[in-house]
Design a protein around this ligand. Structure first.
Ligand SMILES: Nc1ncnc2c1ncn2[C@@H]1O[C@H](COP(=O)(O)OP(=O)(O)OP(=O)(O)O)[C@@H](O)[C@H]1O
Ligand SMILES: CC(=O)N[C@H]1[C@@H]2OC[C@@H](O2)[C@@H](O)[C@@H]1O[C@H](C)C(=O)O
Length: 400
């Protein structure tokens, strides 16, 4: 058993999810026990600095260094706090804070080469290791990208190990700032049922980013509330509106939703500029703020359902939701209605906490990294091969 701390702040930039996890086994025998989980909100000024960088504001090198260290310090404090009342962890897996994600894509003008991806997560692991005295694995996406992959999503392999069902095909649908799905065929049907090797078992598994989940909803809430609210609690505001289907259909016709996997995205596409364009287009339909929120919720729902219908071999038997959007009851209800007769539940109902699944996944990926086990699924990210994910920042001084 290895006690590991998993740390991540996602595209919602709401704070650091920290999970103290006991990890046992490796692939199909993988077991995790969540000892403690807590979200540490960013200080308001740090959050707005990060959001501004994510929306394309320029930064000097000195400001970049300052931001990187400020984030690393918050992550280190989260790690020290989460384990304060428990036996200390041997390892940290820190995803860091994504501030820029450029997916691998089509050839650049005048070049035969496909454009390589680039993804930047701040909160350097070396500083977290130094401040906590715990060896820290960080920078998880770069090796997959160097191998020609998208660098995302990375969680599907952990979903496969922890959630695959012998009899039911599943979609594990994350509803964070951005949405992503892992498709898991029933283990007993068609797929390889080898208990020892996830990369052959990975045969029928697929996964990709589905598009915006909450990023546009949060921007809309902030806009319509004059900055007094950050989220639509339970989806109540959106539930009081009516979605404009004509707008949803227009938006769904855009390139990202038509693109076949492997694909990933971020706030670079579904951020402030996209939301501003949505607002302009909504003006033509005379929509109230509640109608705009309902319409943006419907975009999330339609993009998910459309991508399952288009890119999966068959609709799943069951969808398990996770991420903050699984607390949005209106979003959940609309998904349930559009996916009918597919059953919609949450990963918590399958034993994996909806709020800490991503942090748990990076704890597992860190444990694999130090044991020399690759962590990407090439058929998901598009990488040429499985690769070791993450850089190990050893903490020598804690051994002295
Ligand atoms: N009670 C709630 N009601 C409605 N929405 C909620 C609730 N709780 C969380 N959310 C939504 O979930 C978002 C946070 O989700 P989460 O923490 O999973 O995102 P993230 O991890 O930052 O994103 P990503 O998975 O894209 O990296 C919030 O910004 C909000 O929109
Ligand atoms: C670049 C980046 O941080 N991508 C995140 C983001 O948030 C959701 C979606 O976009 C997903 O693909 C990815 O995160 C999860 C943790 C992943 O890699 O599986």
């Amino acid at each position: 058993m290895t006690r590991v701390i998993g740390l991540i702040s996602g595209t919602s930039v709401d704070g650091i999810d920290a999970a103290l996890v006991d990890v046992v086994g490796s692939h199909t025998d993988l077991k995790v026990q969540l000892v403690a989980g807590k979200t540490f909100p960013y200080p308001a000024n740090l959050r707005s600095q990060i959001l501004s960088v994510c929306s394309g504001s320029a930064l000097s090198m000195a400001e970049l260094a300052q931001l990187d260290d400020a984030i690393a310090q918050e992550f280190a404090t989260a790690a020290l706090t989460i384990q304060a009342e428990y036996d200390i962890a041997e390892l940290i897996g820190s995803h860091g804070q994504t501030v820029y994600h450029r997916p691998a894509g089509k050839a650049q003008k005048d070049s035969a080469d496909a454009l390589m991806g680039y993804s930047l997560q701040l909160g350097r692991g070396a500083l977290i290791a130094e401040l906590t005295g715990i060896t820290t694995v960080s920078n998880f996406r770069s090796a997959d990208i160097a191998a020609g992959g998208q660098g995302a999503p990375l969680v599907p392999i952990v979903d496969a190990c922890l959630l695959a069902d012998p009899n039911l095909s599943l979609c594990i649908q994350n509803l964070g700032g951005i949405g992503n799905v892992t498709y898991l065929p029933a283990r007993g049907k068609g797929g390889n049922n080898d208990e020892s090797e996830i990369f052959t078992l990975g045969d029928g598994i697929s996964g990709w980013d589905t598009g915006p989940a909450n990023s546009l909803l949060d921007l809309a809430v902030q806009h319509f509330s004059g900055g007094t609210k950050t989220i639509d609690e339970g989806g109540a505001w959106a539930a009081s509106g009516t979605p404009c289907q004509a707008l949803v259909e227009d938006w769904l016709a855009s390139e990202f939703f038509r693109q076949a996997p492997p694909k990933s995205t971020g706030r670079e596409l579904f951020g402030v500029d996209y939301f501003d364009r949505c607002l302009v287009e909504a003006q033509g339909y005379n929509l109230s703020p509640a109608d705009v929120l309902a319409t943006l919720t419907e975009l999330t729902v339609a993009s998910i359902v459309h991508s399952y219908q288009t890119f999966l071999p068959a609709m799943p038997d069951r969808v398990l939701l996770c991420g903050g959007g699984s607390h949005n009851l209106y979003l959940k209800r609309r998904l349930q209605s559009q996916l009918h007769p597919v059953q919609v539940l949450t990963t918590s109902e399958a034993g994996l906490n909806v709020d800490f699944k991503e942090a748990i996944a990076f704890a597992v990926l860190a444990a694999w990294r130090v044991r020399g086990i690759p962590g990407n699924l090439p058929q998901v990210t598009g990488a040429r091969t499985p690769v070791l994910l993450g850089e190990i920042n050893s903490c020598w001084h804690s051994w002295a």
